[in-house]
Design a protein around this ligand. Structure first.
Ligand code: ATP
Length: 260
């Protein structure tokens, strides 16, 4: 079951790494709801638990207490309806861009040829039509991350989880990747969660920004981003954009994160 009001529901989520008196409480009392199709950025300083929370939503990390539900069902492990993207594109060096995009289909033992048109279309939309048959070493860092994005989307996931996917790229490529991501996301409007340290990246991409911080960490601010979609990069230059960024910067300053 999924409703238009709560596709992802986190209720009083707590995470302790390690056990007993030696345990480190990374997250406490994390509660929020994400609508179906919403694009949410998780923003906060290093060590505030962004990756931990993302991994728990993806079923890749256990919850110590509280509950996480996706589409009405409790999360109890990785789900095939989820696409994941990390800072490192982790492409297979001996496979072409197209083969890399189709790799999850192969892993799920599905009919690869049935997905090939969709994979080619994704690569075309990501500006990689001419790179379909190239190997990762023949591609730039930004191109490799575009391939990773296509790979995360090829099986049409309902949920797209991204952990600082552009943070290793130079500033110009990073901005271009943000635009490319929104172009692809506009097409299917998956529910998306994007982890970042960058305030501007969060405000440009998201419908809503959740700021994490505190000791132990929790959600310290939940801000709706008012800019219309489709969103042009020029929105970055508006006074309102800068005001929202300044507000978020204050929220982060007031809630430094605990470190293990
Ligand atoms: N496997 C683990 N065992 C023990 N502590 C951990 C483990 N993974 C993360 N932590 C700790 O939990 C806290 C949250 O880590 P996490 O990586 O989720 O933060 P983050 O906000 O994503 O950080 P960054 O932005 O630097 O990636 C940190 O203090 C980290 O040291």
């Amino acid at each position: 079951m999924s409703t238009s009001t709560g596709y992802i529901e986190c209720a009083a989520v707590r995470k302790i790494y390690g056990d007993g008196g030696q345990g480190f409480e990374a997250l406490r009392s994390v509660s929020f709801t994400i609508r179906d199709g919403e694009f949410v950025a998780l923003l906060g300083p290093s060590g505030c638990g962004k990756s931990t929370l993302l991994m728990m939503i993806g079923g890749l990390e256990d919850v110590t207490a509280g509950s996480i539900r996706v589409g009405g069902a409790p999360v109890d492990g990785p789900r095939p309806d989820t696409g994941v993207m990390f800072q490192d594109p982790t492409l297979l060096p001996w496979k072409t861009a197209l083969e890399n995009v189709l790799f999850p289909i192969r892993m799920m033992r599905q009919d690869v040829s049935a997905y090939e048109p969709a994979a080619r279309e994704l690569l075309r939309m990501a500006g990689l039509a001419a790179a379909v048959d190239k190997k990762p070493r023949q591609l730039s860092g930004g191109m490799r991350q575009r391939v990773a994005l296509c790979r995360a989307l090829v099986h049409r996931p309902r949920l797209l989880l991204m952990d600082e996917p552009f943070s290793a790229l130079d500033a110009i490529t990073r901005d271009e990747m943000g635009v490319a991501l929104l172009e692809l996301w506009e097409r299917y409007k998956q529910t998306a969660i994007f982890v970042t340290h960058s305030i501007r990246e969060a405000v440009f991409l998201a419908d809503r920004v959740l700021v994490m911080g505190g000791r132990p960490s929790s959600i310290v601010a939940d801000i709706r981003i008012p800019f219309a979609r489709p969103r042009a990069f020029a929105v970055n230059e508006s006074a309102e954009f800068n005001e929202i960024c300044a507000y978020l910067r204050e929220q982060i300053k007031e809630s430094p994160a605990a470190m293990a």
